[in-house]
Ligand binder design. Sequence first.
Ligand SMILES: Nc1ncnc2c1ncn2[C@@H]1O[C@H](COP(=O)(O)OP(=O)(O)OP(=O)(O)O)[C@@H](O)[C@H]1O
Ligand SMILES: [Mg+2]
Length: 487
Amino acid sequence: MSLKSQRAEMNPQRHSSLRQLLTRWVVLPLVMLLVASLAATWLIALDTANDAYDSQLLDPALAIANNVMVQDGTLRFELPPIALEVLRVDAADRLFFEVLASDGSHAVGNGRITPPPALPVLHQHLFYDSLVDDRPVRVAALRAGSAEVPILVLVAETYVKRDRLVKDMLIATGIPATLLALAAFLFSWFGIRRVLQPLDDLRDEIASRSPRDLAPVSEGNKPGEIRPLVQTLNQLFSRMQAAIDNQQRFIENAAHQLRTPIAGLATHSELARRREAPPELRDLLDMIASETRRTSHLINQLLTLARAEPGDLHAIERQPLDLHALGSQAAQQWVPRALAQNIDLGFELEHAWTIGDPLLLRELLANLLDNALAYGKQPSPDNSTVATDEGTSGKVTVRTRSEDELVVLEVEDDGPGIPEADRPQVLERFYRRPGTPGDGSGLGLAIVAEIARRHQATLALLTPASGRGLLVRLQLKRLVLADRPAD
Ligand SMILES: Nc1ncnc2c1ncn2[C@@H]1O[C@H](COP(=O)(O)OP(=O)(O)OP(=O)(O)O)[C@@H](O)[C@H]1O
Ligand SMILES: [Mg+2]
């Protein structure tokens, strides 16, 4: 594993989805930009409001300063009461004023206003923020009077007008900015979805495949950024396919190589059994003969399975065929064994044309018949149901028919059957139900399932209408009348 992927695995945060990652990189900066722009607007609005109203605040300060007289070193204040009233009244804000003598003492005024931290020079003014009666105010401070008797005129005004202006400006810029951010968010959300769509499509395309489908993914309609990923994926698929082909070839070669010596072993052990031999030796020879038979069966099953598997090695042969013919051939081949086993092997065959590989379908039917004849007459492995009594014949039926768009091949027996819970498992390779008699290899139904898959057929293990035994049903696509040879 590469260092990068190791690190990514150690850090689970790296696994967060691309969609989340993109959203985070779009939404977070958008929100930050919005907050920053609102903060900037607020500061500018505050500045603008102060600029607009500060000069207005200076006028009453100048008026007051003009009406303060210094006579004989004392301050006299000559503002008419009506002017004072005008001063105090404002549509929105409250106004306060105070005149401080040169020693900082309160000379006249309608409020106590904290003087500025640094006094302005004579005949100059400044503005600052302060509190009157615990209310925030904006103050104009004007240094007036003469060099000998300087005075400080303070005029303070509450913040109502200014706050309103700031609020108005914030709304005027904030609403369009928020709408813009929202629109940008929506566009990027849909953009992200559009951008990631090809990845979603690729995921769906791969997820909808059967696990055995290693055909390359088409690159044609994929965007340039995703094409290298698809190419890498296709390279991986082709390497996997090569590995599977190798494995198949190996199994096939090994089975082929083993076939001849095993056949020789079978012949020789048979010959040996025909000779006079002491009983201990005879038992041993019987065992050798039976194990040889078993090995030979396993090799044949392995070969069939390797041939049934998809891969470049064995292309499935597709040709029109009638299941009726398949059943008739099976009848000739299997009736003698059924008779020997005292089993009533019946065939209910109707014409049923389909497209398929005759050899593989013959193998499929052979495995189903082998099972039906081998297990159909046996008590169930768990002994809970006892099949047809010894002596009375078991019944096995092979059926073929056409149903609308499908053709059906059925093999039914009246033996112990397979409990529903075990049905998926018996399709696995090398699985035999505990207690199953005989020396099967557990590959028969795996071969059947593989052949069904290669024909895109539906395979079902069912309980027959009688309630006992096993009914294996294979449904294949029907070949339409116009395409097939005459019956
Ligand atoms: N008709 C049947 N009735 C009852 N049990 C069955 C029947 N067919 C299959 N089984 C059960 O399913 C198991 C798997 O069957 P499968 O044909 O795959 O393997 P096998 O018959 O044991 O070996 P092989 O077919 O390779 O000789 C069997 O061992 C048996 O327990
Ligand atoms: Mg079998």
